[in-house]
Design a protein around this ligand. Structure first.
Ligand SMILES: [Zn+2]
Length: 280
């Protein structure tokens, strides 16, 4: 009887790895480990020490500041802390592909050709979400706007630099002269000014909507969404994942508007909230 038991255990031990095998390979299919490595020597890791600044690191390692911001998904350049692990990219930006981002989107966003991206990463098929890609020598880096509009902290960056002409809250409607609740803030800027995504997220609206005129809505995936109204031109499409700082459109004067400005709105769980406390 003891022999039988021993045999059963042995058989069990033999088959156990076989039972686990499908689970392990299943995980490999979706895990980042199964991706081929990006071009060798295209980045190194660095652990932030006290006293380090992003600008200092950029200087020390000869890396453009915007590449550092972009490769590390930073919303605020001042927000690095001792012990934080950073990626120091070499030869370009190290981009982590998000669902809703195709090679064509990346090429347009960074001003490089699809072919250049393919070549730098030895890509034959389409890359998968989560995959890290080297964007070689990008001509534009959307996250460069973080340096200009992001300040030292905060959940969002400013969508542009403009004169604040109307605050969030109760007001008299500028066109109808009736009591009204302003669901965002207005920033006066010349028509055609670049409008930047205030945080990374997925475009859920890109077109005309009532008084907003030409409107872009970005869903940030954590209950927050941002609205950019009265645009003159839209440069993104529904379903596209946009980086923080990415130019999503040009400001304008469309919809119910008394002059060229950007209407910027932040919603939490669909409800408009005052953007100012969330901005740098
Ligand atoms: Zn407004």
């Amino acid at each position: 009887m003891n022999k039988d038991l021993a045999l059963a255990v042995l058989v069990g031990l033999f088959f156990l790895p076989l039972l686990l095998l499908p689970l392990v390979s299943q995980e490999d299919l979706g895990g980042p480990l199964s991706f081929p490595p990006v071009a060798s020597g295209s980045f190194r890791s660095y652990v932030v020490r006290s006293g380090d600044t992003l600008a200092g690191l950029a200087d020390r390692y000869g890396i453009p500041l915007s590449w550092l911001v972009a490769s590390n998904g930073l919303l605020a350049p001042g927000a690095i802390y001792p012990g934080q692990e950073l990626v120091l990219p070499q030869g370009g930006v190290l981009h982590t592909l998000r669902a809703g981002q195709g090679l064509a989107d990346l090429a347009a966003t960074y001003g490089v050709s699809e072919e250049e991206i393919r070549k730098a990463n030895g890509l034959s098929g389409d890359p998968l979400p989560g995959q890290r890609l080297l964007i070689p020598e990008p001509r534009t880096v959307p996250q460069a706007a973080v340096l200009e509009l992001g300040g030292e902290g905060g959940r969002f960056i400013w969508p542009l630099k403009g004169r604040l002409t109307s605050l969030f809250g109760p007001r008299t409607h500028p066109i109808y002269g009736t009591p009204d609740f302003h669901t965002g803030i207005d920033l006066a800027v010349p028509e055609g000014t670049q409008v930047h995504a205030a945080a990374p997220g997925t475009v859920t609206w890109a077109g005309t909507r009532g008084g907003y005129g030409l409107l872009v809505i970005v869903d940030h995936g954590d209950g927050y969404s941002t609205y950019y109204g009265h645009l003159s031109r839209i440069l993104v499409h529904v379903g596209q994942f946009v980086e923080v700082g990415q130019v999503i459109g040009l400001s304008g004067n469309t919809g119910l508007s008394t002059g060229p400005h950007l209407h910027f709105e932040i919603r939490n769980l669909g409800e408009p909230i005052d953007p100012l406390p969330l901005l740098p």
